[in-house]
Write a protein of this length. Structure first.
Length: 147
């Protein structure tokens, strides 16, 4: 791992020795080549613009790596302003499907309101074949590795 690249304090994730793909102020992308998944680690305060730019970066990371699984880690988000869930549902997830993503593990932020909004959102979305939400990064990682 490159020095200065943020991923996570998770021991399980650090053991994966992710290849850095992209580092922005609010998101880090890393690729686990042996298991063919992309880590998207969001952090800090996210504006609508930052969230959409980060989603675009994830999509580009999927195209660059050809991965079929995403570990979407929101655990380091401190604040979300106006999360664009309709945009994620109608634009971003269809783009991920088209790019070949088959599995999406979504790790909650520590904020309880984030839990409720993401849980409600994922109940209404039909992401084929699978999207699952987790309260801990290790649980999402274990699920992706079981596939």
């Amino acid at each position: 791992m490159k020095e200065g690249v943020f991923f996570s304090n998770s021991r399980a994730l650090q053991e994966k020795q992710l290849q850095p793909v992209l580092e922005l102020e609010f998101i880090s992308l890393g690729y686990c080549a042996p298991e063919h998944w992309l880590y998207a680690g969001w952090k800090g305060r996210l504006t609508r613009e930052a969230k959409q730019a980060g989603c675009d970066a994830v999509l580009n990371g999927v195209y660059r790596t050809g991965c079929t699984k995403i570990l979407n880690d929101n655990s380091a988000i401190t604040e979300i302003w106006d999360p664009p869930l309709d945009w994620v549902r109608t634009v971003w997830f269809p783009q991920l499907r088209t790019a070949g993503v088959q599995y999406f593990a979504w790790v909650y932020a520590a904020n309880t309101l984030h839990h409720f909004s993401i849980a409600a959102f994922t109940r209404d979305i039909h992401f084929s074949p699978a999207i699952k939400v987790f309260s801990r990064l290790e649980e999402g990682l274990a699920w992706l590795e079981s596939l």
